[in-house]
Write a protein that binds this ligand. Structure first.
Ligand code: SAM
Ligand code: SF4
Length: 342
């Protein structure tokens, strides 16, 4: 009976109350990380207790249910996904859905520190594109922003990824007074190496050691600044994520803008986010969540789980309301980005 019920779920795509079809799952496989980026984490972080983590088998089962229910794109993130023990076992398991054609894309977002080790195997598992987060090309500034990171290692990781045939996109959080002046140089560097670059507005998620108002740079300002040096042409290019792209005439490359603060992109949201403890967040910028660990563990069949997912999608909110200003000292959501993943 359970199997039968589940087969019915396969034919019913996940549609939220606002008519948006959910086809993209982001999975934070760990909230831990080997960096402590100042806009993302406090230096002294309390992580989720290890006993609460889902096993890799449980994560795989959850992903399989989402794929059955219509997810076509799956991104592993974190924390740093490549520091989760035996992560490649999970990647290989999930890659069976690529082979079967049920999944269109398996990808990940990484800080690049472990890429030299894993790039070839990722490519072998059918991963074609990855996002690498890189906020500066200056070794000292890199160390300052990541607190624990080593730029050289990340650059070697990017080399390894490209050598393995992975298409690399760089993500940089635009930070006032930190990398705003450097972004034109980063753009030239990225495009010179055949990598797209996406810039992101910093979001008020979780307590950090610094004042976010000091870091926040609206991308409308950055774009106006870049337009003094470059010719930017809006293009309809889409990767399934929230970025809006322009083509840069001088370099021939693409530049993406992710603007959760200045331009709410929620109307086309196709995503939900799963944490490493089995909590499903229907929106990055809201606290409402659904526990999938209990239904996952309650039965070997997937009916309970499938119902819990449907119930959660049925309350996906319309959007987020991030605020960063001098009066609003509290982050909009208490959890850090590393819990739900970027
Ligand atoms: N550790 C991996 C990495 O850094 O790519 C994956 C997880 S990280 C949370 C995903 C992305 O979120 C990174 O590109 C990071 O720069 C971005 N990020 C983290 N905290 C953020 C914040 N408060 N606002 C905007 N982006 C943030
Ligand atoms: Fe780690 Fe990524 Fe957060 Fe930096 S942004 S601390 S690399 S999870």
């Amino acid at each position: 009976m359970a199997e039968q019920m589940f087969d019915t779920a396969r034919t019913a795509p996940m549609i939220d109350p606002f008519g948006r079809s959910i086809s993209y799952l982001r999975v934070s496989v760990t909230d831990r990380c080997d960096f402590r980026c100042t806009y993302c984490m406090a230096e002294d972080m309390a992580f989720l207790p290890k006993k609460d983590l889902l096993s890799l088998e449980e994560l795989d089962r959850l992903c399989a249910v989402f794929v059955e229910k219509g997810v076509r794109k799956l991104r592993l993130t974190g924390g740093e996904p490549l520091v989760r023990k035996n992560i490649m076992h999970l990647v290989r398991q999930i890659s069976r859905h690529l082979k079967s054609g049920a999944l269109e894309e398996l990808t990940l977002t990484t800080n690049g520190s472990q890429l030299s080790r894993f790039a070839a195997e990722l490519a072998d598992c059918g991963v074609r594109r990855i996002n690498v987060s890189l906020d500066t090309l200056d070794p000292e500034k890199f160390h300052a922003i990541t607190r624990w990171g080593d730029l050289q290692r990340v650059l070697e990781g990017i080399d390894a990824a490209q050598a393995a045939g992975l298409k690399v996109k760089l993500n940089a959080v635009a930070l006032k007074g930190f990398n705003d002046r450097e972004l034109p140089e980063m753009l030239r560097w990225a495009h010179g190496r055949d990598m797209d670059l996406t810039v992101i507005e910093t979001m008020p998620m979780g307590e950090i050691d610094e004042d976010r108002t000091d870091q926040y740079l609206p991308l409308s300002l950055l774009r106006a600044d870049l337009e003094r040096q470059f010719t930017l042409r809006d293009i309809p290019y889409k990767t399934g994520g929230p970025a809006r792209y322009v083509e840069v005439a001088e370099t021939g490359g693409r530049l993406g803008f992710i603007t959760p603060m200045t331009h709410n992109f929620c109307e086309s949201c196709n995503r939900v986010r799963l944490t490493c403890t089995g909590t499903l967040y229907m929106c990055l910028g809201q606290d409402d969540a659904a526990d999938l660990r209990a239904p996952l563990r309650a039965s070997e069949g997937n009916e309970l789980l499938s119902n819990a997912i449907d119930e959660a999608i049925g309350r996906k909110p319309k959007g987020h309301d991030f605020i960063i200003d001098r009066r609003t000292k509290q982050p909009t959501v208490a959890r850090h980005m590393s819990v739900t993943g970027g």
